[in-house]
Design a protein around this ligand. Structure first.
Ligand SMILES: Cc1cc2nc3c(=O)[nH]c(=O)nc-3n(C[C@H](O)[C@H](O)[C@H](O)COP(=O)(O)O)c2cc1C
Length: 178
């Protein structure tokens, strides 16, 4: 673990979407630490409405063909993040099911941990859900939220300015308006 990344805020400055990976495996102890972050993540009413499939490169012939970007095929690990909506907490007044929110939180925490390990990640939402579900034998009723490519980045992660909306545009104080 990079000692400098004990500086929590620097972690967010370093994280970026990585789409080109070194041909290097993720050691089992590192992967185990990442998987533990998925287990420990917070979720609405602690329902943990998630399942994750870890797919190593050697088992990915079929899935790799379904990926939109060539670089993702080289990732040593891809994790399919799935939602189990039947297990999720539902907000009564508007019946919002929190499964996708919970899965997203767990994945985000894992992405932060991966960044701290020096690993690169990319969230892949652009996929054909039916095709990916078939390849991974995901049963009906389970939703695929994302594929997360993880691996050692071709270019080292470093502190970088990001193209983002200005704070004044996205933050309001007190009320939305008036
Ligand atoms: C929900 C979500 C879906 C995304 N889907 C894709 C994707 O399908 N393919 C891809 O190359 N990048 C994808 N990304 C990465 C975004 O393009 C990226 O986060 C954004 O451009 C900001 O860049 P940064 O992550 O390097 O800060 C996704 C990111 C998020 C959060």
């Amino acid at each position: 673990m990079d000692e400098k990344l004990k500086n929590f805020y620097e972690l967010f400055e370093r994280r970026k979407s990585v789409r080109e990976f070194q041909d290097r495996v993720i050691e089992p102890d590192v992967l185990e630490r990442l998987l533990m972050t998925l287990r420990r993540a917070q979720s609405a009413a602690n329902r943990q409405p998630w399942r994750f499939i870890v797919i190593e490169k050697k088992d990915r012939a079929e899935l790799n063909e379904a990926l939109t970007k060539e670089g993702f095929r080289g990732a040593p690990v891809i994790i399919a993040a799935c939602a189990e909506p039947k297990e999720a907490w539902i907000r009564k007044p508007d019946k919002v099911n929190y499964a996708w929110v919970d899965v997203t939180i767990a994945v985000t925490e894992m992405i932060c941990a991966a960044t701290a390990e020096g690993l690169g990640t990319c969230w892949i939402a652009s996929l054909e859900p039916a095709r990916v579900k078939e390849i991974l034998r995901i049963p009906d009723g389970i939703e695929i939220v994302a594929l997360i490519a993880i691996g050692w980045p071709k270019e080292e992660l470093k502190k970088e300015e990001k193209a983002r909306k200005p704070l004044e545009e996205i933050i309001r104080y007190g009320k939305w308006q008036g």
